[in-house]
Design a protein around this ligand. Structure first.
Ligand code: ZN
Length: 410
């Protein structure tokens, strides 16, 4: 079947349709997708999938999803928040494309060269929150599908579905719920922005809140109370030590990030509580329970050395991602086929990205025994100001996907 496809015609269609894909990407960026506010961007994706001929459905996320193995701790109610799935019938081996529409907060607006939710193209890069991670990948995949449908209408012979999920960045519960609702296939492609390399593995990631208690009094007599902000200092030191310990125990990049710090509400009050939001990257050989135990032990040891904290032990509470490590075997046919497609388009073997974070691929691999990999556009500054995607890499990635998809179905 493959030999029957004229990829010059397909590539020409990709090039011709690229401006339209960039427009779709811009609409997705504009629609946002911060936690709790994903309905607008899901509407944009649903419309695009319907335009391409998919049968589109909104999939609710059950509120008890957090109790499933691998689930994260839900961030807020799932009322009015849903996944979108598009399905195309076919015969033979099935393929699922997964993309997330949720985005991380923008931080200080003054650090952006332009408004994060008003997409702007400069020097061939489209800027905006989520432009790279990972709305660019969604646009890349739909571009590949539309090019095939336009140039070789019979090429997509197998059952093809496309799921657009929420909460990838904080729990993974969108993808997990969709898979439990039956949105699975014989293989899964996730166009996360991998710099046009293969991303086959992810480390463990655990989110926890560490709450440090103080005692609030007037600032004029601080010794009558206890300053919760100052009490975090030994905890911060212990967290840095834990990261260093993990680095000496195992290979790889396992960063412990202190991402949020919330404390105090008045400058003349001694603060009564300080809350640290921590993201612990942990080795693939650990379970999330192992990771939680190590974090709790590090905090408890630091507290034991401090008179106030020994009497008022800080609490460690999981509050989001509870992702265990995963790995897709490189010799699987799905991997070889994407690598060959990349080789065909780019002329060299794709590089393999080392795992230092997680993706929703873990659910397919760990919970459902389905092959899954990430391959997507070239991006910069994801999770930072001036996040951007290189538009030419969307075109290249789409060309790679046209070959990988038809080969999978063939
Ligand atoms: Zn992502």
């Amino acid at each position: 079947v493959r030999s029957a496809i004229d990829f010059e015609t397909v590539d020409a269609a990709v090039g011709r349709l690229l401006p339209q894909a960039v427009e779709f990407l811009g609409r997705m960026v504009q629609a946002g997708g911060l936690v709790g506010d994903e309905a607008a961007v899901q509407g944009v994706v649903a419309d695009e999938l319907a335009r391409l001929g998919f049968a589109v459905e909104h999939l609710p996320i059950p509120d008890d999803i957090g109790s499933r193995p691998g689930a994260g701790v839900p961030q807020c109610s799932y009322d009015g928040r849903h996944n979108v799935v598009g399905r195309r019938d076919g015969r033979g081996r099935s393929l699922l494309i997964n993309g997330h529409v949720d985005v991380v907060p923008v931080g200080d607006l003054r650090l952006w060269s332009s408004d994060p939710f008003s997409p702007v193209v400069r020097d061939g890069w489209l800027h905006g929150r989520g432009a790279g991670d990972m709305k660019s990948g969604i646009a890349m995949a739909t571009l590949a599908i539309e090019a095939l449908l336009t140039a070789v209408p019979d090429a997509l012979t197998g059952p093809l579905s496309f799921v657009s999920v929420i909460e990838e960045e904080c729990t993974g519960n969108g993808t997990l719920a969709s898979a439990h609702a039956g949105v699975v296939a014989d293989g899964v492609l996730i166009p996360e922005p991998s710099q046009l390399s293969l991303s086959l593995e992810g480390i463990g990631v655990l989110w926890c809140e560490i709450a440090v208690e103080g005692a609030s009094v007037h600032a004029a007599d601080p010794r009558a109370g206890a300053n919760a902000i100052e009490s975090t200092m030994p905890i911060l030191t212990a967290l840095r030590r834990l990261e260093a310990e993990i680095a000496t125990e195992v290979d790889g990049t396992h960063r412990l990030n202190i991402g949020t710090f919330r404390a105090g509400d008045w400058q003349s009050n001694v603060p009564d509580v300080a809350r640290l939001g921590v993201r612990l990257g942990f080795p693939t050989v650990w379970s999330q329970a192992d990771a939680l135990a190590r974090l709790e032990a590090a905090v408890a040891a630091a507290a034991a050395d401090d008179p106030w904290l020994a009497a008022h032990p800080p609490t460690v509470t999981p509050n989001g991602l509870r992702a265990e490590g995963y790995s897709q075997a490189a010799n699987h046919e799905l991997v070889e086929l994407v690598a060959a497609a990349h080789c065909d388009v780019v002329g060299t073997e794709p590089e393999q990205m080392p795992g230092s974070a997680t993706t929703d691929a873990r659910f397919y691999l760990n919970q459902f025994d389905i092959p899954a990999l990430c391959y997507g556009p070239r991006v910069r500054n994801i999770h930072g100001p001036d996040e951007a995607v290189e538009l030419s890499s969307i075109e290249v990635g789409a060309r790679v996907f046209t070959r990988a998809m038809t080969e999978w179905f063939a």
